[in-house]
Structures are given as structure tokens and as C-alpha cells.
Design a protein around this ligand. Structure first.
Ligand SMILES: [Zn+2]
Ligand SMILES: [Zn+2]
Length: 426
């Protein structure tokens, strides 16, 4: 039996509030004990003195591009980048080729992951067939095959009747519905946030209300259906207010924010640099401030990267033509520490919760996101204070489309333990 003993780390478990220097003994795939002065015969030792030892980070919003777009990323390379960012689990969005809209594709993703991934991969199934927004996907059979949620991420479900039916089905199968909230008529192919900056740069703007309208619609449908519902990558102040109100009324609603929307506003863009182009777009300074407030106030449940790799050949076109999306697995912790913890907005335990227990609760992963005896042996070890500079050319993923290249950070992952095995070390 393989044993791992992590010694003298600052163990933080957001479920129990436990925060003290302790040892963790892992046997095979489970945590056996958390306590003082633990010893074990024939165990691999990891000295975590001066480091934080947290439950394994979960990124509930990642695009791994396999099957179909292996030139951009594969399950293997995406999982290596995840491990390098301190993530032990990722959720794979279904916008692959073919789209993950039935159990065959769900099983394919899981089989590829079992063979090539170094972290846990949880597939998210599509809401509609081919994510075309018309007919419901095979929701029940995808759940049976291992899907943990449904989403047409990237292609919002514009038809409200279809969304209502999807929520009714998802409720029966106890699956969360994750929506990319964007009214495509209002956003009308905008390339950045609609505002002074878009006018100044002469680029087509996508207004914040394109998101707000869809969040409002979804919340009204949650009221009717009772489905568990999650808003992906919230980017506006108004959306967050709507979600706060819905939560206050007791609706089963949750939401995530991305590190890039927390750190960057439209005015921070390097003009016409495609590494700042994503959906939803970087918003106004007021929106950025509102997101951090929402995190501090407990409205936001998770930080998720929306890691969206694109090869350089696609991103090196004029701004209007290049695809949306940025990579983010390897900078997520550092960006979040900078914006939220080192700035004094939230305590470190709350940050750990946003990366662990928050997403685990939304996805119903009962043995993850927590760090106590009996839990899965997924552990993220990080140094909240080490100074480093991000060099995107050393990224473990295939793509290089990051707005954070060359940025100085304080805080980084040191080791990633998945199922009791150290799969990455700084
Ligand atoms: Zn999206
Ligand atoms: Zn996405």
C-alpha cells in the first residue's frame, strides 16, 4: 500500500475551519489521518514547513479541446497545466467535436482521462444536441455515464422554452445547469465590452445587459422549475445583484467568477491584443470592483478559470477575427491571491474555499474539496508569498494565449497530490 506523509504544513480545511500546523497521512487514495506528530513506516515524506496544505483545488470550468481540437489542447496537456496550477480536478466543458451531448462522448472523455490525465477529469454534458439550442441532449444517459453537470457553454440557450425543459430534466436527474449567460441578439458579435473604451478603439461592443438579461431569465426559470442552477463566469455588477437577490430568496443558485475578470478591466487591455479577448469580455472598472465585493460578501461560490486554449495561428489575426478565450490554469491561484488576499479583501481560508469546497458543493463531489480522514487524497500545497514571474512560454499546456505573460506575482503552487500521488512539483 502506497503511503504519503505530508509533514508540518499549515493545514486549512474550509469545511471544518481547521487552520493549524499539522501532518497528513495518506494511504492509497484516501486521507487516513490529520494530526500532530504523525509517523508512518515506509511512507514517502513531503516536508511542507512554511507552506499551506489545502484540499485539492477544483476548476469547474475548463476547455480541454479533446476530442476534435487536439491541435489546441488535449486532455493530457490540459491536465498537466491543471496540475501545474495546483488543480487536482477539472470539469471539461462539452464544446468539443463531437459535442459531448450523449453518453458515448462522455465515456470517451473519461476513458481518455483514465489513460492520459494526471488530474481527475469530470465531464460536463451539453444541454442540447450539438449545443444547437433546439433539442435536449441525452441528459439522463450522460449522467449515468459520469457527467456532473450540463451546459451549452459558449452557445447560450436562447430559447426559453428549451431552457425551461432542460431545467426540469436536470432537476429529475439532480444535475446542476450551468449557463453561459449572453443574449446573442444584444451582444451581436461584439468584440469587447461596450463602453468608452470600445468607442475609443473603434471596436464593436457587447453590453453588460446582454449578460444581465439572461441571468434574470434563468433565475425566473429556476423559480418555476426548482432546478439547481449555476451562472458561469459572472462579469457584471448587475448580474451579481440579481444572483444575490435570488440567493436571499432561497433559490438553489450559485455562481463563479474567473481570475481575469477579477483582475482586469476593459481599460487595462493592450489595444487590439487578442490575449485580452474573451467572452464575456473584460468589463468596466465598476464591474471589476463589484466582483471582488461579491466574493467578499459571499455571493460568489467558486473561482473557475474558463481555461480556453487557442493555438497562436488562430490568435495572431486581427482582433475582430481571432477567437475568444484565454488560458488560465497556471495563473489562477496567483491572480486570486493578488486581487483578493494580499489586497486584504478576504482571508486566506475564504480563498481556499472558493477553489475547493465551493465547487465541490455545487457539483455534489462529497469526498472532495475537504481535507479530513476518509476524504479523497487530493491535496494542493502552495506558498502564498513566494515571488515569481509568469513566463507563458514555459506553460505546460499547448497554447500561449494569456494576458498575464511577464507579470510578477506573489504566491504559487508548490506540489499537487492526486489520489495520494504527487503528480506535479515546483
Ligand atoms: Zn462561456
Ligand atoms: Zn467556457
Amino acid at each position: 500500500m502506497a503511503k504519503l506523509l505530508i509533514k508540518n504544513g499549515r493545514v486549512m480545511d474550509p469545511e471544518t475551519g481547521h487552520d493549524q500546523v499539522a501532518d497528513i497521512l495518506i494511504r492509497d487514495r484516501y486521507v487516513v489521518r490529520v494530526g500532530q506528530n504523525l509517523h508512518a513506516i515506509a511512507a514517502t515524506l513531503f516536508d511542507a514547513t512554511g507552506l499551506v496544505v489545502a484540499p485539492g483545488f477544483i476548476d469547474m470550468h475548463v476547455h480541454l479541446r479533446e476530442p476534435g481540437f487536439e491541435h489546441a489542447e488535449t486532455i493530457e496537456t490540459g491536465s498537466r497545466a491543471a496540475a501545474g496550477g495546483g488543480f487536482t480536478s477539472v470539469c471539461a466543458m462539452p464544446n468539443t467535436q463531437p459535442v459531448n451531448d450523449d453518453a458515448t462522448v462522455t465515456r470517451y472523455v473519461l476513458e481518455r482521462a483514465a489513460r492520459s490525465a494526471v488530474v481527475n477529469v469530470f465531464p460536463i454534458g451539453a444541454i442540447t444536441k450539438n449545443s444547437a439550442g433546439q433539442e435536449l441532449a441525452a441528459i439522463g444517459s450522460m449522467k449515468n455515464a459520469g457527467a456532473v453537470a450540463i451546459s451549452d457553454d459558449g452557445k447560450p440557450v436562447m430559447n426559453s422554452r428549451v431552457m425551461r425543459r432542460a431545467m426540469e430534466f436536470a432537476r429529475v436527474f439532480d444535475l446542476p445547469v450551468i449557463d453561459h449567460c449572453e443574449d446573442l441578439e444584444l451582444s451581436a458579435g461584439g468584440d469587447m465590452h461596450e463602453g468608452l473604451e470600445s468607442t475609443r478603439l473603434g471596436l464593436k461592443g457587447s453590453p453588460g445587459c446582454a449578460e444581465d438579461v439572461m441571468v434574470a431569465r434563468d433565475l425566473l426559470l429556476v423559480e418555476v422549475t426548482g432546478a439547481r442552477y449555476h451562472t458561469a463566469h459572472v462579469s457584471t455588477r448587475r448580474s451579481l445583484e440579481l444572483i444575490r437577490e435570488a440567493k436571499a430568496r432561497g433559490l438553489p443558485v450559485s455562481c463563479e467568477v474567473t481570475p481575469h475578470h477579477l483582475a482586469l478591466a476593459d481599460a487595462d487591455m493592450i489595444p487590439y491584443d487578442s490575449h485580452y479577448k474573451m467572452r464575456p469580455p473584460l468589463r468596466s472598472r465598476q464591474d471589476v470592483a463589484a466582483l471582488a465585493d461579491g466574493v467578499a460578501a459571499g455571493v460568489v461560490d467558486a473561482i473557475a478559470t474558463d481555461h480556453a486554449p487557442h493555438p497562436g495561428s488562430e490568435k495572431m489575426q486581427e482582433f475582430e477575427r481571432c477567437p475568444h478565450g484565454v488560458i488560465g490554469l497556471e495563473t489562477a491561484l496567483a491572480v486570486a491571491l493578488q486581487v483578493l488576499v494580499h489586497s486584504g479583501r478576504i482571508p486566506l481560508m475564504r480563498l481556499v474555499e472558493l477553489f475547493t469546497l465551493g465547487p465541490a458543493r455545487i457539483l455534489g463531489l462529497a469526498s472532495r474539496g475537504r481535507l479530513s480522514a476518509g476524504m479523497a487524497a487530493d491535496v494542493t500545497i502552495f506558498d502564498p508569498d513566494v515571488e515569481w514571474t509568469y513566463d507563458v512560454n514555459r506553460s505546460l499546456c499547448k497554447a500561449r494565449n494569456s494576458p498575464f505573460d511577464g507579470r510578477k506575482f506573489r504566491g504559487a503552487p508548490v506540489a499537487t497530490v492526486v489520489g495520494g500521488r504527487i503528480v506535479w512539483q515546483r
